[in-house]
Design a protein around this ligand. Structure first.
Ligand SMILES: NC(=O)c1ccc[n+]([C@@H]2O[C@H](COP(=O)([O-])OP(=O)(O)OC[C@H]3O[C@@H](n4cnc5c(N)ncnc54)[C@H](O)[C@@H]3O)[C@@H](O)[C@H]2O)c1
Ligand SMILES: [Fe+2]
Length: 391
C-alpha cells in the first residue's frame, strides 16, 4: 500500500520545441519589468541566447536587459553573493535563469536571498539544510540549456563550499520556480561532453527515484517514462547534436526525471558522487556516471523486481531472465552507455589517489539526506568497497 505523499513542482511547466518563445508572455504574466538574466559564459558565447535577448530587449520599455553571465560550472557559495549584489544594485524585480544546473541553482538562490540580503538580515549560509528559507517574493523563471539536472522543477540548489571542499544543498519549497520552460532547441549547442555527462545525470535521477525508499505511484510513472526516453535518446543526441527529436526526448525525459527525483529523492549514486565533486571538482554528471554501475551492483539484491522493470524500459524481453539476471543485464547496459558517450572510466583516470578513498568514504557516509532514500543500507566500509570497485 502506498503511503501518503506530496507532489511538488514548479508552478507552471511549458514544454516542447520552440517553448522558449513563451518567455515574454510568462514575464509579463508575473509582472517582471526589469529582470536579471542569470547564465554563464559558455551558454552566452554559444549564441543560443541571442534571439531571446533580442526579444526580451524589445519587450522591455526603455531598459536594457541586465545579464549576469559569470556563473562557473559547479558554482561556489560566493557566486550567490556576487549575483545578489548585482540584482539589488539594479533594482531588479525578477530572476530569469537560462543555463544548466549551475546557472539555475544560482538564480534560485538569488531569488530567495536577495530580499533578506538587501536588509542585511541573512547570510546565504543560514539557508543550508532543509526548510531554512523563510520566504520568496521575487518571481523566478528557469529555462534549462542542458538535459539535465531537472533543477527547473526541484526544491534544491547545490553549491560548492570550497573552504571545506564539500558540496552543500539548500532544500526549500521556496526554491521551486514560478515557471519552468523546457525548450529542447536551447540544448542543441551543448558541447558533446556536456550532453553526455548531464544526460547520464538525468538517467541516474530516473533510476534512483524509481528504486528510492520514498517512491510513489506518481513518481514511478514519471521515472519509468523518463528512463525510457533518456536511455534511447542519449546516444542519438550525443552522436548527432542537431537531432531535434532526440534533443526533445532528452529535454522532456530530464524534466520527468527531475519531477520524479524532486519528490522521491536520489540515493547512493549521488551520495557517493558528492565528495568527488567537492574535493576533486569532477562535473556532477561525470561523478554520477563513475559511481552508477557499481552502486547498482550493490542495490540489485534489495529490489531485483524493480531492476526487471528498468530492463524492460531499456528493451529487454525480460520473460527469459530471472530478476537478478535482468539486473545484471541493466548494469552491463549502464557500463556500455557510459562507454558509448565517452565518459572516462575509473576514479584513477581523474588523478584521484587510491589512498584518498577512505576519506571519500568517511565524507559520503555523512550524506544521510540522500542515503536514507537508497533501497539498500550502506556502512562506511560498504561505501569504501564501492569506491575501490570503481577505482
Ligand atoms: N538543483 C538540482 O536539483 C540539481 C540537480 C542535479 C545537479 N545540480 C547541479 O547542477 C550543476 C551541473 O549542471 P549541468 O550538468 O547542467 O552543467 P552546468 O550548468 O555546470 O554547465 C556545464 C557546462 O556546459 C555549458 N553549457 C550548458 N548548456 C550549454 C548550451 N546549451 N550550449 C553551450 N554550452 C552549454 C556551460 O557553459 C558549462 O560550461 C552542478 O552544480 C550540480 O550539483 C542541481
Ligand atoms: Fe544529479
Amino acid at each position: 500500500m502506498a503511503a501518503v505523499s506530496y507532489f511538488k513542482s514548479a508552478q507552471r511547466l511549458i514544454t516542447g520545441l520552440n517553448a522558449s518563445s513563451e518567455l515574454i508572455v510568462q514575464m509579463q504574466r508575473l509582472g517582471i519589468r526589469n529582470p536579471l538574466l542569470v547564465t554563464d559564459t559558455g551558454v552566452r558565447q554559444s549564441g543560443t541566447l541571442d534571439p531571446l535577448i533580442t526579444k526580451i530587449n524589445s519587450a522591455l520599455n526603455n531598459t536594457d536587459l541586465n545579464i549576469f553571465d559569470a556563473v562557473p560550472p559547479e558554482p561556489e557559495v560566493a557566486v550567490v553573493q556576487q549575483c545578489t549584489d548585482i540584482f539589488n544594485r539594479g533594482n531588479h524585480d525578477g530572476v530569469i535563469a537560462i543555463g544548466g544546473g549551475s546557472a539555475m541553482d544560482i538564480a534560485k538562490c538569488v531569488a530567495v536571498f536577495a530580499e533578506g540580503a538587501k536588509q542585511q538580515a541573512v547570510k546565504i549560509h543560514d539557508f543550508f539544510g532543509e526548510n531554512k528559507v523563510p520566504a520568496r517574493t521575487i518571481p523566478l523563471i528557469c529555462m534549462p540549456t542542458t538535459a539535465g539536472t531537472g533543477s527547473e522543477v526541484t526544491n534544491i540548489a547545490i553549491l560548492a563550499d570550497t573552504e571545506n571542499q564539500v558540496k552543500k544543498g539548500i532544500v526549500s519549497d521556496y526554491l521551486l520556480p514560478d515557471v519552468a520552460i523546457v525548450a529542447p532547441e536551447l540544448t542543441v549547442s551543448c558541447p558533446r561532453s556536456v550532453t553526455a555527462a548531464s544526460g547520464v545525470d538525468a538517467l541516474v535521477h530516473a533510476i534512483e527515484a524509481y528504486i528510492s525508499n520514498f517512491a510513489s505511484p506518481v513518481t514511478d510513472a514519471l521515472a519509468i517514462k523518463a528512463m525510457h526516453m533518456i536511455y534511447h535518446a542519449l546516444p542519438k543526441a550525443y552522436a548527432k547534436p542537431d537531432n531535434l527529436e532526440a534533443r526533445e526526448d532528452m529535454a522532456t525525459g530530464s524534466l520527468l526525471a527531475g519531477l520524479a527525483f524532486g519528490n522521491a529523492g536520489v540515493g547512493a549514486v549521488h551520495a557517493l558522487a558528492y565528495p568527488l565533486g567537492g574535493r576533486y571538482h569532477l562535473a556532477h554528471g561525470v561523478s554520477n556516471a563513475l559511481m552508477l554501475p557499481y552502486v547498482m551492483e550493490w542495490n540489485k539484491l534489495a529490489c531485483p523486481e524493480r531492476f526487471r522493470d528498468i530492463a524492460h524500459q531499456f528493451g529487454l524481453d525480460s520473460k527469459d531472465y530471472t530478476d537478478i539476471e535482468a539486473a545484471d543485464w541493466v548494469i552491463a547496459q549502464l557500463h556500455q552507455l557510459c562507454t558509448d558517450v565517452h565518459i572516462p572510466k575509473g576514479l584513477s583516470s581523474f588523478d584521484i589517489p587510491q589512498d584518498a578513498l577512505p576519506q571519500l568514504a568517511a565524507e559520503a557516509v555523512k550524506v544521510e539526506r540522500l542515503l536514507r532514500n537508497n533501497p539498500r543500507t550502506l556502512s562506511e566500509n560498504d561505501i569504501l568497497a564501492i569506491y575501490q570497485a570503481a577505482y
